[in-house]
Ligand binder design. Structure first.
Ligand SMILES: CC(C)(COP(=O)(O)OP(=O)(O)OC[C@H]1O[C@@H](n2cnc3c(N)ncnc32)[C@H](O)[C@@H]1OP(=O)(O)O)[C@@H](O)C(=O)NCCC(=O)NCCS
Length: 165
C-alpha cells in the first residue's frame, strides 16, 4: 500500500503539498454568478490547514492570513483547484502558500484566480504551541519560497507588534 506523506522521515516541502478541487455551485456564488470571496477563503483555509498538519503531524490553527489577492473572478460552473504547500517552518509556526486556479472546462481555459499566505501554529491538546520540524526545500521554486517566507514573517511579526502596542 502507498505510504501516506506524513510517514516520510525527511521533511521535504513536497510532502506537505495539497491539491484540492471544488466545483462552483449556485450556493457558492453571489447574485452575479461569481464565487463568493468568503467561500474561497474557507476552501483556502482548509487546504492550507491540511498542508500544515501534513508537515507537522499536529493540529494546526490559523494565526494570520496575508497577501490575499483576488486576481480574477471565478464563475458559476467553473472548477477551482487549490494548491497549498508549506513554504517554511519556524519554531511552532509555519507559512503556507496557496495558489488558486480556476478552470472553465467548456472553453478549456484556466487562470490564476487567487493567492495568499497563511500562517499556522501547531498546538497540543491544550492549544499550547508546540515545536515543529524545519522544512527542507529542494526545487528552485521551493528554495525561493523558503527564502522569501522569512522576509514575510519578519514583516508579519512587526505588524503584530504594532497592533499589540
Ligand atoms: C495562534 C496562537 C495559538 C498563538 O498563541 P500565542 O500565545 O500568541 O503564542 P506565541 O506568541 O508563543 O506564538 C506562537 C507562534 O505563533 C506565531 N504567531 C502568533 N501570532 C502571529 C501572527 N499574527 N502572525 C504570524 N505569526 C504569529 C509566533 O510567531 C510563534 O511562532 P514561532 O514559534 O514559529 O516563532 C493563539 O494566538 C491562538 O490560539 N489564536 C487563535 C487561533 C484560531 O482560533 N484560529 C482560527 C481557527 S483555527
Amino acid at each position: 500500500m502507498k505510504k501516506l506523506p506524513t510517514l516520510h522521515k525527511k521533511h521535504f516541502a513536497k510532502y506537505s503539498q495539497v491539491e484540492m478541487t471544488q466545483l462552483v455551485l449556485p450556493n457558492d456564488t453571489n447574485q452575479l454568478g461569481n464565487l463568493l470571496g468568503g467561500r474561497l477563503m474557507e476552501w483556502m483555509d482548509i487546504a492550507a490547514a491540511i498542508a500544515a498538519q501534513r508537515h507537522s503531524n499536529r493540529v494546526c490553527v490559523t494565526a494570520a492570513v496575508d497577501g490575499l489577492v483576488f486576481h480574477n473572478p471565478i464563475r458559476l460552473g467553473e472548477v477551482v483547484t487549490l494548491h497549498a504547500s508549506v513554504n517554511r517552518a519556524f519554531g511552532t509556526s509555519m507559512e503556507v502558500g496557496v495558489k488558486v486556479i480556476s478552470e472553465n472546462q467548456l472553453v478549456g481555459d484556466s487562470k490564476i484566480a487567487n493567492t495568499a499566505y497563511l500562517t499556522f501554529v501547531a498546538v497540543d491538546d491544550h492549544n499550547v504551541p508546540v515545536k515543529i520540524h524545519p522544512i527542507i526545500p529542494q526545487t528552485k521554486d521551493e528554495k525561493r519560497r523558503f527564502k522569501q517566507a522569512l522576509i514575510r514573517r519578519n514583516s508579519r511579526l512587526h505588524r503584530r507588534k504594532i497592533v499589540q502596542n
